[in-house]
Design a binder for this molecule. Sequence first.
Ligand code: SAH
Length: 333
Amino acid sequence: MITKDELEHYLYDADEEQLEALYSEAREKTIKVYGKNIYIRGLIEFTNYCKNDCLYCGIRRSNSSLKRYRLEQSDIIDCANEGYELGYRTFVLQGGEDLSFSDQDICDIVYNIKSLHNDVAVTLSIGEKEKTTYKAYFDAGADRYLLRHETADEEHYAKLHPEEMSLTNRKRCLYDLRDIGFQVGCGFMVGSPYQNPDTLYQDLCFIDELKPHMVGIGPFISHKDTPFKDEANGTLKSTRILIALLRLMNPRLLIPATTSLATIAPNGRELGILSGANVVMPNLSPVRFRELYALYDGKVCMGEEAAQCINCIRERISDIGYEVIVDRGDYKA
Ligand code: SAH
């Protein structure tokens, strides 16, 4: 585990050369476990209805200017089928916490995707549920679950979320998911309002304790219809540093170079990979709905059809000497 001094050193004092050395060490560690392979996850954003009111998020329930949508089960299956043809072997079903999808609906969707394609992994990213619900998803065939913890500091958590949400419950969910047998991903936004080196260090300590299989981090980006509309965005530099430090903490971790990183820097995805990330999550959602899944302003890759999108990403990744592969991309234990 790194120390808080080391974290602060990289965030504030390290010069270009020291940062390059950090990124290069992180790359080497990744290559030792995963080679120069980059795993792709097809992201299906199937609903932007949400019962929660997270202060940073553009699809929070009090954003009344947002047009809401939800995909039909058949649309979701179509996205997965199209993704399969394009070489995806993992589908991530992500959405707001939309109660009009019952537990059974989610189980049916997972079961149907897995029945159509027996060599894929299905990841869910649909928020906080009871353990029995998570177990039902798992029994229906779901393999992985992404639930960013958002911040491991109680006070910070309370500044980012409405009163009815709690860090205790968020952590409970993550431990339940791990107990059940999911490959679990937690994570946080870099540069979220009120974040500081202490809260960031707590994030790293929590990750060290939970021992997740995946950690998703990307810069916070303000959204015009949220209370944080005037807050500064997270930076490329601090995101790269944190990706690299996570990689040093666990060389086996699956770490995405996120769309938010690509949004704040034109070659953000590539620079994420060059700091130790080994996953990308291109969008498979129907283009007509993409604009509506607006967690933050300025999101990139909104207009491209799935095929166009993966070809562009494949090429860009090959340009930096890595290769997108056709594989479930499980955690290498
Ligand atoms: N409802 C699901 C999915 C949330 S969206 C859940 O609760 O897990 C996925 C992630 O997007 C969130 O966990 C959050 O970390 C990130 N996100 C939300 N708003 C954001 C913003 N303004 N900038 C950057 N990332 C954001």
